[in-house]
Design a protein around this ligand. Structure first.
Ligand code: 6K6
Length: 135
């Protein structure tokens, strides 16, 4: 299964360590097309190159897993595109954060939205989601 992992980049990197742990778990059972979301930027591709590459990966993806706790325009855009392309989407939102999830994500019946307390719980939701995609 090819997974497009989405998480905040310019909207803030506070959760990057969590993205790294989620990507490490995803890699145990799938191909992650977007590992850079979990790592520091090396070099700076131009914005149009970033958009071109990310849209190509999104079209190639069998599933999208998004960490949505830090609200990001880019992630929101990717979620809308994934829905339009008919790609299954899992949104992971950490409970106890000082933000409220957008109704446009939390209220979308086509997204699986998982509220999680810790990374272990997020990983078990990932497993259930990928089992359904895989089967
Ligand atoms: C920075 C860190 C690692 O790579 C970079 C270079 N910038 C980007 N590279 C690849 N994808 C990007 C980059 N900036 C945004 N994106 C895409 O938008 C990712 O797929 C993220 O899921 C999403 C984040 O959007 P913003 O609005 O928070 O930047």
């Amino acid at each position: 299964v090819k997974v497009y992992f989405a998480g905040s980049i310019r909207a803030g990197r506070d959760d990057a360590p969590t993205y790294a742990r989620l990507v490490a778990h995803l890699r145990t059972r799938s191909e992650v097309l977007t590992e850079h979301v979990a790592t520091p930027a090396d070099g700076d591709a131009g914005d149009s190159d970033i958009w071109e590459q990310d849209m190509a990966w999104l079209r190639e993806a069998d599933a999208v897993v998004a960490e949505v706790t830090v609200p990001s325009l880019g992630v929101g855009y990717e979620l809308g595109m994934a829905e339009a392309l008919g790609i299954p989407v899992l949104c992971l939102f950490r409970t106890g954060a000082a933000v409220t999830l957008s109704a446009m994500v939390g209220g979308n019946p086509r997204f699986e939205v998982a509220r999680y307390a810790d990374v272990a719980e997020a990983c078990s939701r990932i497993d259930g989601f990928l089992d359904a995609v895989d089967g």
